[in-house]
Design a protein around this ligand. Structure first.
Ligand code: ZN
Length: 136
């Protein structure tokens, strides 16, 4: 078993935003020459999340608006008395903070319309994502 670790830093620009990080993950896997195994992508924050879905601008906007409709900002949460971002923590905890993707013949086994999307829920900030590969 061969294990590698890379840290990916991204600078988000908005309070809530979905960012396609597929090219950055592809580059890491390509540079490491991982053949077969899997990659674990893990966000180290309590107000961010990771999903796999279609990177289409109108859909990204729909996902963002739907998340904020399900868990609206400032709906009387107790945590808002501390730093006013309870909705960010709640959405993050509903979605999850890691993804595990198979690597087959040197590339991630993603479907045609699948992209790795990082979700900022309390930006703008600098965020760190851990990218760990496991291979033969
Ligand atoms: Zn908080």
């Amino acid at each position: 078993m061969n294990i590698t670790v890379k840290k990916l830093q991204i600078r988000t620009k908005k309070s809530v935003e979905l960012i396609n990080i597929t090219p950055e993950i592809n580059e890491i896997i390509y540079n490491l020459k991982v053949k077969n195994g899997f990659v674990l992508i893990y966000t180290k924050h309590t107000t961010t999340a990771l999903i796999i879905n279609e990177n289409e601008d109108r859909l990204l906007s729909d996902i963002k608006e739907t998340l904020l409709r399900i868990v609206p900002k400032g709906a009387g949460y107790k945590h808002d008395q501390i730093d006013n971002n309870a909705h960010s923590h709640i959405i993050a905890s509903l979605i999850g903070n890691s993804l595990c993707i198979p690597i087959i013949n040197g590339s991630m086994d993603l479907g045609t319309w699948q992209s790795i999307l990082f979700i900022e829920l309390d930006g703008p900030r600098t965020r760190t994502i851990t990218v760990q590969t496991y291979s033969e």
